[in-house]
Design a protein. Structure first.
Length: 72
C-alpha cells in the first residue's frame, strides 16, 4: 500500500477515534469520499483488508491505525 493511502487511513482512524471514542468501528470504505473515485486504490485497500488480513467488514479504528503504523 502506498504511503499516501497509509497516512490517509491513519488520519481517518484518528478522526473517528477522537469523535466517537476508542471503541468506534469502521469499514475500509470509510477511507474514500466516493467509492468510485479511485477504483485501483479501493481494490488495493480491499485486498489488504479482506484477503491479506481477513478482517471483518467492521473493525475497530484503533486496531487498523496500529496496523498502519506498524505497516502490517
Amino acid at each position: 500500500m502506498n504511503e499516501k493511502m497509509r497516512q490517509r487511513i491513519i488520519e481517518v482512524c484518528n478522526e473517528k477515534i477522537e469523535k466517537k471514542g476508542v471503541d468506534v468501528g469502521l469499514s475500509f470504505y470509510a477511507f474514500f469520499a466516493n467509492k468510485n473515485t479511485n477504483p485501483e486504490i479501493l481494490m488495493e485497500v480491499a485486498q489488504w483488508w479482506i484477503m491479506t488480513h481477513q478482517l471483518d467488514h467492521f473493525e475497530k479504528a484503533i486496531k487498523i491505525r496500529e496496523m498502519m503504523i506498524n505497516k502490517l
